[in-house]
Design a protein around this ligand. Structure first.
Ligand SMILES: [Mn+2]
Length: 327
């Protein structure tokens, strides 16, 4: 699969008459925000964009779907231009893999995952904190080329949300001076930063708070306390009357524990596998995840394991982390 230059990306965006934007599974603020921003740009260009997600958009991100571009799967015109946004590998398209195949296979990808698997011509910028940084440059270029008179307000806010979301409110190691410069420009353009950050980070449902409470009191760790994890199985969710989506911030609770260098969550998935998420303060966990068939970023990665129990999945991952640490 070819790698696209930035100007090739811009050309392809301008040429997309019937754009369909795809988010990744378990959509986060970056994939949703970037899709919303791109949809807003396409809308301003007089196209009729559609955004499709393999999984429901979490309620806390609903404010990003107000443009009305997010739609369920339906029949699509064969001449659609399908664009995968923030999707690192074909598996991350989930149920959309079979829908968007053949004539409707993705035309190109816009991504920032260093260790992804390209499934279409790809524009990749691994040093971007979020795909939103790329969408920002794209929006500017559309204005520069005279395709748009200005960046639409909805795109300004959605790009800001995407960057803030993937950078943990400008807190993670993926944040660069450029990330802050882009955010500053977006605020100058009218982004409602306090409200977007409040919606993304300060507002939690009662269910999410209860999930965090469970996680906080069930953290397991290695004797030295450097590796910590929590197990979230169907049985636990049933017992608490909670859904998988309520455990979205579980990893943040685990990583907040003093002394933890590697935080993990092990979550039972509907497919019967165990989805492991990893966060690190230094170790390259993308490499660890890659040894287990997964991938991601150096300090935020994941994999999916076919073990019999969550405990086994945790043990395998802890061993892989210890091996990587040279312990
Ligand atoms: Mn992202």
């Amino acid at each position: 699969m070819s790698e696209l230059s930035f100007s090739e990306l811009v050309d392809r965006v301008i040429a997309a008459e019937r754009p369909i934007l795809l988010t990744h599974t378990r959509p986060d603020g970056d994939t949703v925000g970037s899709c919303a921003a791109l949809a807003s740009l396409f809308d301003a260009m007089g196209r009729s964009p559609i955004v499709v997600s393999p999984d429901p958009i979490p309620r806390r991100l609903a404010f990003l779907t107000e443009g009305g571009w997010f739609a369920p799967v339906k029949e699509y015109p064969a001449d659609a231009t399908v664009i995968a946004v923030d999707v690192a590998s074909p598996q991350q398209l989930g149920s959309l893999q079979s829908v968007f195949s053949g004539a409707l296979a993705p035309s190109f990808m816009i991504d920032h995952h260093e260790r992804g698997v390209a499934f279409a011509p790809r524009y990749l910028r691994a040093d971007a904190a979020a795909v939103g940084e790329i969408v920002y440059d794209l929006a500017l270029e559309l204005v520069n080329r005279g395709v748009l008179p200005a960046i639409p307000p909805a795109a300004v806010n959605a790009v800001f949300a995407s960057i803030s979301s993937d950078s943990g409110c400008f807190k993670y190691s993926n944040v660069t001076p450029r990330t802050h410069r882009i955010a500053a420009s977006l605020i100058e353009l009218g982004a409602d930063a306090p409200e977007i950050n409040r919606l993304l980070f300060d507002v939690k449902s009662a269910e999410c708070l209860r999930a965090e409470g469970y996680v906080a009191s069930h953290v397991l760790s290695t004797p030295d306390g450097k590796i910590a994890w929590v197990l979230v199985t169907d049985a636990i969710r049933d017992q608490l009357g909670l859904l998988d989506e309520h455990f979205e911030t579980a990893i943040d609770v685990v990583r907040s524990l003093e002394g933890v260098e590697i935080a993990m969550t092990v979550k039972e998935s509907p497919d019967g596998k165990y989805k492991v998420s990893l966060r690190s303060t230094g170790l390259d966990v993308a490499k660890v995840a890659a040894t287990l068939g997964g991938g991601g970023h150096a300090r935020a990665a994941g994999c999916s394991l076919s073990t019999d129990t969550a405990e086994e999945a945790a043990a395998i991952t802890v061993k892989a982390v210890l091996d990587a640490m040279g312990a």
